[in-house]
Design a protein around this ligand. Sequence first.
Ligand SMILES: *[C@@H]1O[C@H](CO)[C@@H](O)[C@H](O)[C@H]1NC(C)=O
Length: 286
Amino acid sequence: TTGQRDRRFHFVRKQQTFRMSTFRNILPSWNKDCTKHVYVRPPPWSDSLPTIYTITPTYKRYVQKADLTRMSNTLLHVANLHWIVVEDSKKKTTLVQDLLKKTGLNYTHLNVHILQKLTSKGSGQRNLALKWLRDNISVNDSNAGVVYFADDDNTYSLELFDEMRYTKKVSVWPVGFAGSVRYESCKVNELGKVYGWEVKASPNRTFAIDMAGFAVNLQLILSKSDVNFRLFNISHGKQETRFLKDLVTLSDLEPKAANCTKVLVWHTRTSAPPQFRSFGDPNIET
Ligand SMILES: *[C@@H]1O[C@H](CO)[C@@H](O)[C@H](O)[C@H]1NC(C)=O
């Protein structure tokens, strides 16, 4: 039931010498060879780079298509990225299905709907993505990789993906506009070790970090096969710390983004559209 696409994208060798930049639209050679799909061209897959498994829970709302479009445009710049999109829905929607197909990204499309009201939205979806990884990739595989939980309403710097790609266990970095402050971050000592958290909300958590602020080595996820997000009896803001406690200790953490001094991801939320929501043709997706 997964819509996994062909891993390899058949670029002509010489095209790889072009920087994958935003200007590629106007390069005459791109236009000549890639006119069929105007925006379907992630960077070529490389056998030497670890894969970034990006897990994104999503749900139907007014700004869903706008958010997913913006996010997919970011991911199209990232080499060796596999996007696991998990809908909170009883069935896969055509909106998400069509959008994923058009991106040209290497993706897996899943869905699960949990009836009970959870304190932590997205946990059921994230757990299904973890199950997919454990079911589809063997712990003995030599495939290096990293797992990142990336919600569809954030803004991601491209540098962030370079920072996380070689995560050995768990890497961490600051998150902008999280926890009701300008940014939340990790405290790093002179030895380059994380020893605490620069946060306002519940600073005594072992891992006082936002979902967007860490990535986990794929082998660690696969080897600790019973580690999942809690669906019940977990208070708001404790989901990340519970999850990470089962995987690592504080001394295992690898601080990224210049020892946690650079913000490379932001909790930018898209505001709901203006009035007159019932205006117009309901068949036109927005
Ligand atoms: C991080 O801090 C350590 C220890 O002070 C230092 O050796 C290292 O160069 C720093 N890394 C960066 C990227 O600033």
